[in-house]
Design a protein around this ligand. Structure first.
Ligand code: PEP
Ligand code: MG
Length: 326
């Protein structure tokens, strides 16, 4: 088995009929990059930068952040590194940043919303990412986007940072790619609108399920309702990929847990996902599945699934279909 994984490592994630997708890793800190490389990931699809903040007693400054981002970019000279800006709030707090208690923290001052309130903090991070961008293929990703207005607001702040760096004659990648997480239902439904302002999407199914199905992702009492295979979720994913299919040079990835689920791989492939980002250890298994199917078959499976009534029915159907393909 280990030998098989070793052989898979340097092979592309390509279907039998030639559709190539990108398999990349989710990381929480620079040290995680090694595991992604070891398992054949070609880049990073989600760098959760909040750990840099949470593992610190004080607000990490620009230099510290720059060093962290640079080291990840240098680990992937050829591949993309998608750095997600701070996603704090919800259940995650910072000891050095006092925040009011909220009645519904997951619907409150979380992620990009907090960054708009604390623009100084946001700009330090953006400056650090920009400065690191010359060391690889940096992509900046904004979390918890609910509308195009927020994308424009975030990009305006990014522009301010670029202008500052220009004035200080500090180098950065002027073509740095900017994207958003699609993890709020409104963003999925309005993906065609939002796509006008960005270079890529990454679907965050963990929150997309939570917000679409109104199920707290941490609450065991209602976890039976938390179902990424729910037809409503598949239809939202389809809306997002359909938008990106229409645009050149645009890609749609997924960095929620669903992207690393072997049972979901064929469906997601068939729905037109371009990039799958997951924990490093899942990469070989997903690669194996993608290399064993035809894109045409995956599309037919996805189309059929979109017309089914329940997640259970869809999962059974996918399982049966996978058996037939083998
Ligand atoms: C998601 O919501 O799917 C996601 C990848 O982000 P996080 O799990 O960090 O909220
Ligand atoms: Mg999320």
């Amino acid at each position: 088995y280990l030998k098989e994984l070793e052989e898979l490592k340097d092979l592309d994630a390509i279907t039998l009929d030639g559709r190539k997708v990108e398999l990349v890793g989710n990381i929480g800190e620079p040290n995680d990059a090694a595991g992604v490389l070891k398992n054949g990931g070609v880049g990073v699809g989600l760098y959760r930068t909040e750990f840099l903040y949470m593992n610190s007693d004080v607000m990490p400054g620009e230099e510290k952040q720059f060093a962290a981002y640079r080291s990840v970019l240098e680990a992937f000279p050829d591949g993309p590194v998608i750095i997600r800006t701070l996603d704090i709030g919800g259940d995650k707090k910072l000891p050095y940043l006092p925040m009011d208690d909220e009645l519904n923290p997951f619907l409150g001052l979380r992620a990009i919303r907090l960054c708009f309130k604390e623009v100084g903090l946001f700009k330090i991070q953006l400056r650090a990412i920009l400065r690191a961008s010359v060391y690889g293929h940096a992509h900046i990703m904004f979390p918890m986007i609910s509308s195009i207005t927020e994308v424009r607001q975030a990009k305006a702040i990014l522009q301010d940072c670029m202008k500052e760096l220009d004035d200080e004659q500090i180098a950065y990648d002027k073509d740095v790619k900017v994207g958003v997480m699609i993890e709020i239902p409104s963003a999925a439904i309005a993906a065609d609108i939002i796509s006008k302002e960005v270079d890529f999407f990454s679907i965050g199914t963990n929150d997309l399920c939570q917000y679409t199905l109104a199920v707290d992702r941490m609450n065991q009492e209602v976890s039976y309702l938390y179902d990424p295979f729910n037809p409503a979720i598949l239809r939202l994913i389809q809306l997002v990929t359909a938008t990106s299919d229409k645009k050149d040079q645009f890609f749609t990835g997924m960095c929620g847990e669903m992207a690393g689920d072997p049972l979901a791989a064929i469906l997601l492939l068939g729905l037109g996902l371009d990039e799958f980002s997951m924990s490093a250890l899942s990469i070989p298994q997903i690669k194996k599945i993608i290399r064993s199917v035809r894109y045409e078959d995956a599309k037919a499976i996805a189309t059929a699934a979109l017309n089914m009534e329940t997640g259970e029915e869809i999962m059974d159907f996918v399982q049966e279909s996978m058996k037939k393909l083998n």
